[in-house]
Design a protein around this ligand. Structure first.
Ligand code: Z5A
Length: 225
């Protein structure tokens, strides 16, 4: 961490930074590094994950990840549970923290729904956008780091883990559709920065820090948030 550029936020409002990617992309690894870096630089940091992060959200996470449901969850049910968890987190944790100047880092957010429930499960994007608009309005991250890598590489990284959850039991094709949907969405959203997640951890960290620094460049649309 020596020699790291100082991430300065001139505004009293905090920044909302989210990490996205398919399984084993390295989100949890990177988010822990970024949280520590920002804390060492004197920022107050709130580390969250989706689905989850609140009492209700963690219970919803349990339902969503359980491989033991005797009746399959409909894609629509899955989508609404994701947004139920998300809106609870955004309104009770994220927005109040941003208003206090806290740097909020979240492992997955909205883009996951477009990738998994849209690309993976095949729900129409208009349905997802309508749910999003209804509960979150215009709220969105200041920066999303999408760790992109071939799904086989991510799967190989996590292959030694024990019992699989409901998502991890999906086939390769599902995750390929998820990856494609992520990249398609990223191409249309200027706050999403795609990082090659197949690089070494050190290279991934450098690219992520550069993206954070770019939030504060004078010509950046989000400068001075
Ligand atoms: N989901 C959804 O469908 N819709 C939604 O709206 C939301 C979520 C919000 C949550 O799973 C599931 O919910 C998720 C999508 C769905 N399911 N899937 N798949 P989760 O939170 O339990 O799991 P995850 O988000 O997929 O996390 P993960 O599998 O642990 O991946 P990761 O956090 O990106 O990876 P990691 O733990 O940082 O790294 C994995 C391993 O690779 C680990 O051993 C590291 O040491 C190693 N690693 C990390 N970086 C590198 C590099 N650069 N090189 C080599 N090795 C590395």
């Amino acid at each position: 961490m020596a020699g790291q550029a100082q991430i300065q936020n001139a505004s009293p409002r905090g920044l909302f930074i989210t990490l996205e990617g398919t399984e084993g992309a390295g989100k949890s690894t990177l988010i822990a590094y970024l949280a520590e870096m920002l804390q060492k630089q004197g920022h107050e940091v709130l580390l969250l994950r989706e689905p989850g992060g609140t009492e209700a959200g963690e219970k919803i996470r349990g339902i969503l990840k359980s491989p033991y449901l005797s009746e399959p969850l409909l894609p629509e049910t899955e989508l609404l549970l994701m947004y139920a968890s998300r809106v609870q987190l955004v309104k009770t944790r994220i927005i109040p923290a941003l208003e206090r100047g806290v740097m909020v880092l979240c492992d997955r957010h909205d883009l996951s729904s477009f990738a998994y429930q849209g690309g993976g499960r095949g729900l129409p994007l208009e349905t997802i956008k309508a749910v999003r608009r209804a509960v979150l309005g215009d709220f969105r991250p200041d920066l999303t780091l999408l760790l992109d890598l071939p799904v086989e590489v991510g799967m190989a990284r996590v292959s030694q883990r024990g019992a699989k959850d409901r998502f991890e039991l999906e086939k390769l094709d599902f995750f390929k559709r998820v990856r494609a949907a992520y990249l398609e969405a990223a191409a249309q959203l200027d706050y999403v920065k795609v990082i090659d997640g197949a690089q070494s951890p050190e290279q991934v960290r450098k690219a992520a820090v550069a993206a954070l620094e770019s939030l504060f460049l004078p010509d950046n649309a989000y400068n001075g948030l």
